[in-house]
Ligand binder design. Sequence first.
Ligand SMILES: Cc1cc2nc3c(=O)[nH]c(=O)nc-3n(C[C@H](O)[C@H](O)[C@H](O)COP(=O)(O)OP(=O)(O)OC[C@H]3O[C@@H](n4cnc5c(N)ncnc54)[C@H](O)[C@@H]3O)c2cc1C
Length: 396
Amino acid sequence: MSQRVLVIGAGPAGTRCAIRAAAQGAQVTLCGAEAALPYDRVALSSLLAGEKTLPDLIPHDLRGLHAQGVAFRPATPVVALDRAAGAAVTARGERIAYDRAVIATGSRAIRLPVPGADLPGVLTYRTLDDVRAMLRAARGGGAAVVVGGGLLGLEAAAGLAQRGMKVTVLHPVEWPMERQLDAGAGGLLTRRMGQRGIRFAMPAQLAAIEGEGRVTGVVLADGKRLPASIVVMAVGIRPDTALAAASGLATGRGIQVDAAMRSNDPAILAIGECAELEGRTIGLVAPALEQAEIAAATLSGQSAHYAPRADAAALKVSGTAVWSAGEIAGEGVTLRDEEEDRYRRLFLREDRLVGAVLYGDVSDSGFYLNLIASGRRIGRHAAALALGPAYAQELA
Ligand SMILES: Cc1cc2nc3c(=O)[nH]c(=O)nc-3n(C[C@H](O)[C@H](O)[C@H](O)COP(=O)(O)OP(=O)(O)OC[C@H]3O[C@@H](n4cnc5c(N)ncnc54)[C@H](O)[C@@H]3O)c2cc1C
């Protein structure tokens, strides 16, 4: 009889692993807590902004999954693992027997614990249901407050503005995306987003959310009040280790795994944002999919190892290009052209490019990502590197 593989979590990592394992001949069940078919979470901002429709986000329907050998169970959260018996227990009390299990429970969005945080109309930004709630709120127009001016917060703000809401972004630092951008580029981005009608309160701290039965506004730490018919918190994520921890698996920030994606129970693997390898968790889709491939190989008895590599993140707001990759920390070489609304910042260490941020013109992103990934020596090209491949041709 073929191996029974249970994949828990139908995000990008879980779905990829389920399809691969089925292709290798395993008998695969994929349990997802959400009521939806597996969808492209990365594209939620495009759905919110009206640039994509829901069918665009769903690569496989139920029949398609079945045809690939995956028995998909939506709205089926797994609440416990009976490791001794090799069975998972669902929220409805059903037991699903497995030979190998793969935990791919992803992350949860953090909700700031301020007064009023549980009022209806206070949302996070992680799931299709979150976007549906935003779209419902946007139909009534009115004001939205987005808490957090990182990548996700800005995408939420742009989408809600596109849908006709008056949006204010609260951010605790003087400029948005401060992890990627310095003050100058942050200023350019603020101006560009402002042209779309988005306002910024920076630096600002959220103190409380007000409303009787539903949110009506927010109070800032300095006492200022802003009206809001919705509040979207985009303040970070936390790996979802609840099931693994309750099942006695080793967890730190995430579920601890080796490079073959095995937890401390060799029958159970963990992949994607819920997994922690050598003290590090991931927060992007490309490494999550790579880990899914490694886990599928491990399940089939091959020797495969996940090796972390530089991954890139981009702000998906049309007309506002921001791209970053690698380690964005320490001293950087900056090239700024405010008139052209362009900016580049490169991070070098020991004669190698380790990180890059591009704003405005991101056409050279592939060149910089390759350089970061290859670890090639920059040598005499250091001075001109920020000008792009045309000025450092031997590296291109
Ligand atoms: C709006 C938005 C935009 C993004 N944009 C980008 C981008 O541009 N580029 C990029 O690289 N990344 C982006 N990301 C991040 C990217 O979506 C994640 O890195 C990716 O989804 C991680 O995949 P995952 O499968 O590990 O986890 P998840 O996608 O979080 O999937 C985990 C799934 O497991 C389910 N689950 C949890 N617990 C259980 C349980 N006990 N039983 C059953 N199911 C369970 C959850 O409901 C969820 O559906 C974005 C994220 C968001 C929210």
